[in-house]
Design a protein around this ligand. Sequence first.
Ligand code: GP9
Ligand code: MN
Length: 649
Amino acid sequence: MLKREWPKHSILAIAIVATWLKTYITYKTSFSITIDNALQEFILFINPLSWLLFVYGASLFFKSDRAKNRFILAIAVISSVVLYANVAFYRFFSDFITLPLLFQKDNFGDLGASAAESVFWTDLAYFADVFVILLAIKLLKVKSGAIAVKGQQKAYFILSAAVMFFNLGLAEAERPQLLTRSFDREMLVKNIGMYNYHLYDVYIQSKSQAQRALADGSQLVEINNYVSSNQPEPNPDMFGLAEGRNLIVVTLESLQSFTINNEMNEETITPFLNELTEDEDTIYFPNFYHQTGLGKTSDSEFLLENSLYPLSGGAVFFTHSGNSYNSMAESLGKNGYHTSVQHANTKSFWNRDMMYASLNVDEFLDIDSYEIGEGEAVNWGMKDIPFMEQSVEHMAQLPQPFYTRLLTLTNHHPFYLDEEDKLIDEFDSDSGTLNRYFQTARYLDESVKVLFDELKQQGLYENSIIVMYGDHYGISENHNAAMEQYLGKEITPYETAQLQRVPFFVHIPGYGQGGIDEEIGGQVDIRPTIMHLMGVETEDDIQFGGDLFSEEHEEFVVFRDGRFITEKSVFAGNTCYDRETGEEIDGAACEPYIEPAFTELEYSESIINGDLLRFYDEDNGQLILSEKELEKLEKEQEEKEAIEVVPQQ
Ligand code: GP9
Ligand code: MN
C-alpha cells in the first residue's frame, strides 16, 4: 500500500474524509444534540461536508505539493481547534461558543479557569484527523505535478456548491426560516454544521458591531425628546397598588384572544381564564395586540422587558444580546427585587442565556432546574401542568420580593398532546393544526388554574400580583380556510389584524374592582403598566409604550410590520378599515397615523442597531454625551434658530 503510487489528490481526499468523520463522531460523543428523526440524523451527518469541501478545496490553487500539503494541514489544525474549543466549552456551559460570549465573560464567571478544568490529555483524539493527514503526507507516495486543470477545479467547486445547497435545502425543509429566525445555536449546528455556524455567527456579530461603531449619542437626543413628550401620567388610583408584592408574569404560549369567552362545538376552550375575565380581582384587556416579529416568544419578552419594538429582520435576542438595556428586571432589581425567568427548555434557545445576562435577570431556571418524570413531556418538552407545579416550588425558595417570569410551552405548534391531557375534542376542519389548537389551549388554561391553586397552597398568592399575556398568534394565515369555518366569516386583512389580539390579564388578589377594560393596547405597554402598579416611576425611561391604566394613554398600536390600530381604524393590507365594523373606509382616517407608526419603529430600530442606550444613564435619566457631541448639538441648535428667523424677515 505504501509502495504503490497514489492518485494526485489523495491527500486532499483523505483530509476531507478524516475531518468529516471526526466532526460527526464529535457531534455524537461530545455534545448532546437532540435528534428526532432519520432526516435530522442525515443532515447532522452531512453538514460538515460543504464547508470542508470548500476550504480544503482551496488547496487546488497551490502549485507546489509542499505548499498544498501545508495548507491542508493548517486547515485541519484550525478546524480542530475550533471544534475542540467548543467541546471544552460545552463541557462546562452546555452551549456552543458565540462571539459576544467571548467578550461578555464577566457575566459568566471565570471562563479561563473553568476551561482549564475541562481539558484532558485524551482530548488529543479531537486532533485525530491532523495526525492522519500528517501520516498520509509522510508515508504515501502521491503522484506529483499536482496542479489541477482549470476544468477539474471548476467541476470540483460546482460539486461543493451543490453539496452546500443540498444541505441548506434539507435544513430549510426541516427547520423553515432557520437563518432569518436563527432560534437556537443547537439548531444551527445541527442543520448547517459547526463550521458554517461559526461563519454565520461572525457575520451576524460583525454586522451589528459595525452599526454600533458608527452610532453616536446625539442620535438619542431626538428620540428622547419624542418619548418624553409621549409619556402618559400614571393613574393615581393604580400607581403603587402592588408595591412590595411578588410579581409573577406568565407568558401564555401562542394563545390568541379569540379563544377567550368562546366555544368550539359547544365546548368551552378556556374555562378558567373566562372566569377570570369576570373576577373582581382581575382586569382583562380584550383589545390587546401582540407586536412580535420573527423572534416570536423572544420578541414578546423583549417588548415586555424594554418597551422597545423588536427588529424588522431577525430576532433581537440573537443579534443584539450584547447591548445595554434598561429592562424591567434591571429596574425592579434596583428596587430590591430578586429577578428570574423559569422555562423548561434549553437555555440557549433564542439565545436566552446571553440575553438575560444583558437584561440583568438574576437567575435563569432552565430545563436543568426541572425534573421531567415519565409521561410529563410532550410536543416541545415539559408539559405545562408539571411545569407550573415545579415553578411554584422554585418560587417558595426564592428570596422575596421576587419578580419571576414563567414561559409555558405546551400550546405550541404543532399542538400535540397525550390522550390523557385532551380535555375537549378536536375541531373538525381540514386543518389538523387548528383542530388540535383548541385542545392544547384548553390544556394551557388548566395549567393556569393549577398555578393559582399551587400559589394559594404555598401561601404565595395573597402577596403576589399575576400578570398574563399571549405572546403571539398560534394559528397562521396558512389556516385561513379552517379559521373561516370556525369563525363563520371571511378573513379579510382586517380580520387577520384583529386576530393578532392576544389576552392580557392583570390579577391583583384583594383588588376587588376588576372588570373588562376595553382600552386598546399592545405588548409595548406592558412595562410601564406593570412598573406603575409596582410603584416605580418611569417618566425618565426611554420606552415607547404607555401605562394602560392612565387617562392619557393613547389608543394606537403599531405592529412590527407597520400595520396599526387606532381607536377608530385598522390599517392593514394598505387599506383603512373601520375598527368596529371592519368595513373599508376613506384612507383619510388612517393617513395621519402612517408616518408616526413608521417613526416609532424607526426610532426603536436605531436604538437597537446603534446600541444607543449605552448613552443613557438610567439612574438620573440623563444622556451621556461626549464634548464633541455636545458641540455638534449646540451648532445644530444654532442653525435651526437661524433658519427659524429667516421667514420673519
Ligand atoms: C421556546 C419557546 C417557543 O423556548 O419560547 O418559542 P417560539 O417558537 O414560540 O418563539
Ligand atoms: Mn411562543
